[in-house]
Design a binder for this molecule. Structure first.
Ligand SMILES: [Mn+2]
Length: 200
């Protein structure tokens, strides 16, 4: 899945864990004139209830794309009271301010990739969303031309993240190479890898 006419290009790899037909990971991304937002949620547990929680979170983000990352996380948390719960990562790019902002709660990771190929892995906030208030950190930084980002769920391993092909600026190639590389492997967890490219 991708959209080439925008400022940001996105490609997604997703696979359900071993013998499951339902993937508990959900994602959403969109771009407006002023901003880009991408969210990845991983529902706790597996199957139907995991899917329910990750879907709730993603629907909230779809309906509130202009809200800040902090507001979105608070809103999502509030709606998960009494549900299984979910972990989440949200990346938002503000084109006018040339800033990007992200936060992740639990095991959804974000890699920032700079033009010179330097990768920076964000340390997520501990815990998960299940209706309880907990403080969390939101990171905001300067958006440089030709930055890339990788958003990933915990089916993606540390070994996967060390692969050189993640630095490729062609997001479709990143996803295709990842698909070939993991082909035939049975993963213990649902796997979602979202490759995001800003600029040319
Ligand atoms: Mn998972």
């Amino acid at each position: 899945m991708n959209n080439q006419r925008n400022k940001v290009e996105t490609a997604v790899f997703q696979k359900a864990k071993q013998n499951q037909h339902l993937c508990g990971d959900s994602y959403f991304y969109t771009e407006t004139e002023d901003e880009y937002i991408c969210a990845l949620a991983d529902g706790l547990g597996s199957g139907e209830f995991a899917k329910e929680s990750s879907d709730i979170v993603i629907r909230i983000i779809e309906k509130n794309i202009h809200a800040t990352v902090e507001q979105l996380i608070k809103k999502c948390n509030g709606q998960l009271s009494g549900k299984r719960g979910a972990v989440i990562g949200i990346l938002r790019i503000d084109f006018r301010e040339s800033r990007y902002t992200f936060s992740s709660i639990g095991n959804v990771g974000i890699l920032t990739i700079f033009e010179n190929g330097v990768k920076k892995r964000n340390i997520p906030n501990a815990g998960y969303l299940a209706g309880y208030h907990r403080p969390f950190k939101v990171v905001t930084d300067t958006l440089y031309p030709s930055m890339s980002f990788i958003l990933f769920s915990d089916g993606v391993t540390d070994k996967d993240l060390s692969q050189r092909f993640l630095l490729n600026r062609d997001v479709n190639q990143v996803v295709q190479t990842y698909a070939n590389y993991t082909n035939g492997e049975m993963r213990e967890d649902d796997t979602t890898l979202i490759a995001i490219k800003y600029g040319d």
